[in-house]
Design a protein around this ligand. Structure first.
Ligand SMILES: C[S@@+](CC[C@H](N)C(=O)[O-])C[C@H]1O[C@@H](n2cnc3c(N)ncnc32)[C@H](O)[C@@H]1O
Length: 300
């Protein structure tokens, strides 16, 4: 079985259609080669406890397991869970009412959804067999009780694993590309005098930790854990494909602050030129490497 559960390709927040990719894997755990697919998923790959050496039992052996999807967004990851566990009691949690509306109507209508802030949400009353958080932890670094703490979202994980039934599984995936040119060039441009005047400081800068820090935290939280990273080298099509991709993620807060269309156009032109230089187009498209970090932990 593949370690990845895949996902919907058509409703993905990350943007443009991608074409086949190559994975480079640097592991801390024995890896099974992923099942070849004609196209990569547009939903970030959801970590599957079924593929982990510690998580093979996952929630799969139970007739109606209780599953939590923290940061469920439009329900793409929730739908992946439903396909894997058709009879599960699934609850999706997100702090965006718009995302939850889409999840209810298009993502996975049979799940239950809660509007909640994952930084303060207590999963214990659900007695979950499996908690999944896909492409969300990077946003959970600051908030009530956690502001300025060096641990960032690592501080949340012990409470999440403590909420699991014994033998239950936590599976998370975070993007690990914050040091990539797509992000550093954007940050540099924001700091330049013209744009800093309009945009101010970057108050919602997401961030993640090293694989070793996730492993250490989860092991210290009475779990057996697998942590690994994969860099997806994705081939993008079109004249400004990296710019189009980033429009669905890191550029969102920037564009929402630039209310004048002329400013938006000028910012996109400047940033687009920097991206074309950093990610030159080749004969088959533009290679866009994207690193992701995965962790699967089973409560002892
Ligand atoms: C990139 S989306 C991932 C959606 C989904 N898990 C997937 O794999 O497609 C990140 C989600 O985290 C949610 N989010 C961000 N901060 C949050 C918070 N503090 N509490 C709950 N959800 C949050 C966002 O609203 C968004 O829906």
């Amino acid at each position: 079985m593949s370690r990845y559960l895949g996902g919907h390709r058509d409703h993905h927040p990350l943007g443009p259609r991608a074409v086949p990719q190559v994975r480079r894997r640097t592991n801390q755990a024995a890896a099974r080669p992923p099942r070849p697919r004609p196209h990569p998923p547009r939903t970030p790959p959801v970590p599957s406890p079924a593929g982990s050496s510690v998580g093979r039992r996952g929630a799969g052996g139970l007739p109606t397991p209780a599953l939590l999807d923290i940061g469920c967004g439009p329900g793409n990851s929730t739908a992946v869970l439903r396909r894997r566990w058709p009879h599960a009691r699934i609850t999706g949690i997100d702090n965006s009412p718009e995302m939850l509306t889409t999840a209810r109507t298009e993502g996975e209508p049979a799940a239950r959804y809660l509007l909640a802030d994952a930084r303060t949400y207590d999963p214990a009353p659900h007695h979950p067999d499996l908690i999944v958080s896909n492409a969300t932890l990077q946003w959970l670094n600051a908030g009530p009780g956690h502001d300025g703490e060096p641990q960032g979202h690592l501080a949340l994980l012990p409470a999440w694993t403590a909420a699991l039934r014994p033998g239950g599984t936590l599976a998370v995936q975070v993007p690990g590309n914050f040091d990539a040119p797509s992000h550093t060039l954007l940050a540099g441009l924001r700091r330049s005098p013209r744009w800093h005047r309009l945009l101010g400081d970057d108050a919602t800068r997401p961030g993640i930790h090293t694989p070793a820090q996730y492993l250490d935290t989860l092991t210290g939280a009475h779990c057996t854990a697998d942590v690994w990273e994969t860099t997806y080298s994705t081939l993008l099509e079109g004249p400004d494909p990296v710019l189009e991709w980033v429009k669905g993620t890191a550029l969102r807060p920037v564009l929402s602050r630039l209310t004048d269309p002329a400013d938006q156009a000028a910012f996109l032109a400047e940033y687009g030129a920097l991206l074309r230089e950093a990610y030159p187009a080749g004969p088959h498209g533009t290679v866009f490497p994207f690193r992701r970090v995965f962790a699967v932990a089973v409560r002892r």
